[in-house]
Design a protein around this ligand. Structure first.
Ligand code: ADP
Ligand code: MG
Length: 231
C-alpha cells in the first residue's frame, strides 16, 4: 500500500497517532490511544508492565498491525501499513531491549556496517569506506563514549557499552525519530548516568521517544512525560 502525503497541517508534528487500538485475541493491549510528538521533542512514556508500551513501538515500526487507528510520521499517513524496512527508510530507528550487535566485530566495524549504504560482507564495506565515513564513525564513537574502544571486539564491551554501541548504530543510519525501549534496563548507576547524558546530547538533532519504567531515570531525563495505563 502506498503512503499518502499530507500537506503542511502536521509540519511541526513528527509523530501523530490517532485512535490506535491493538487487540491480541480480543485483549486490547492499546485502546483508542491518541498521541502527538513535535519535531525535536524528547518524550518519555512511562507505565507499568503490560501497559502496552512495547506494543506501541511495535506498531510504530510495523511489527504489529493496528486493529484500529492510524500512525502519521512526518507527513506520511498510515505508516503502520508499510513494511518494517520501509518504515526504517522513512527515518524511524528503534533500539530493542536486547542489543543486536555483531559481537565478533570491532566497535568501529559495527558502526561501519550500520552506515546507510549497500549491504555486503564486512571486507567489502571496510575497503569501501571513504575518509568522510571514517570521520563520521569517529564522531559517533565520541558521542557514545567509546572513542578509545574502536578496535575492541564488541563482545568484550560491558553491558552498558553494548547498549551505547547499539544506539550509535542507530545514529549511523541518520534517523529523524529514535525509539528507545527501556534503554537503562540492567545498567549500573554509572552507565545509567552516561545514558542520560547520551540521550540529552542526541536530543538536539533528533526527535526521541523513550519508554521507561525506572522512575529515577525518568526524573533525570524527562522534559515531557506521557503516562500509559492499561492501553
Ligand atoms: P509493556 O511494554 O508496557 O510492558 P507490552 O506492550 O509488552 O507492555 O504488552 C501489553 C500487553 O499485551 C501484555 O498483556 C502482553 O502480554 C500483551 N501482548 C503483547 N504482545 C503480544 C502478542 N504478540 N500476543 C499476545 N499478547 C501480547
Ligand atoms: Mg515493554
Amino acid at each position: 500500500m502506498y503512503a499518502q502525503r499530507v500537506q503542511d497541517a502536521t509540519s511541526d508534528t513528527i509523530l501523530h497517532i490517532e485512535g490506535l487500538t491493538v487487540s491480541f485475541d480480543g485483549f486490547k493491549a492499546l485502546n483508542d490511544l491518541d498521541f502527538f510528538m513535535d519535531v525535536g521533542e524528547l518524550r518519555v512514556i512511562i507505565g507499568p508492565n503490560g501497559a502496552g508500551k512495547t506494543t506501541l513501538l511495535d506498531t510504530i515500526t510495523g511489527r504489529v498491525r493496528p486493529t484500529e487507528g492510524r500512525v502519521f510520521f512526518n507527513g506520511v499517513s498510515d505508516v503502520a501499513t508499510l513494511s518494517e524496512n520501509a518504515i526504517v527508510n522513512l527515518g524511524i530507528g528503534r533500539k530493542f531491549q536486547t542489543p543486536t550487535i555483531y559481537v565478533n566485530h570491532t566497535v568501529f566495524e559495527n558502526l561501519a556496517l550500520s552506515l546507510p549504504k549497500d549491504k555486503g560482507v564486512i571486507r567489502t564495506i571496510m575497503s569501501m569506506l571513504g575518509s568522510h565515513d571514517e570521520d563520521r564513525i569517529a564522531e559517533i564513537m565520541n558521542t557514545i563514549g567509546l572513542a578509545d574502544k574502536g578496535d575492541d571486539p564488541a563482545g568484550l564491551l560491558s553491558h552498558g557499552e553494548k547498549q551505547w554501541l547499539e544506539i550509535g548504530m542507530l545514529i549511523a543510519q541518520d534517523p529523524q525519530l529514535l525509539l528507545l525501549d527501556e534503554p537503562v534496563a540492567g545498567m549500573t548507576d554509572y552507565e545509567t548516568q552516561g545514558t542520560v547524558d547520551l540521550i540529552h546530547s542526541l536530543a538536539d538533532a533528533h526527535s526521541i521517544l523513550v519508554i521507561e519504567h525506572d522512575m529515577e531515570f525518568v526524573e533525570q531525563i524527562a522534559r515531557k512525560v506521557t503516562v500509559l495505563h492499561e492501553g
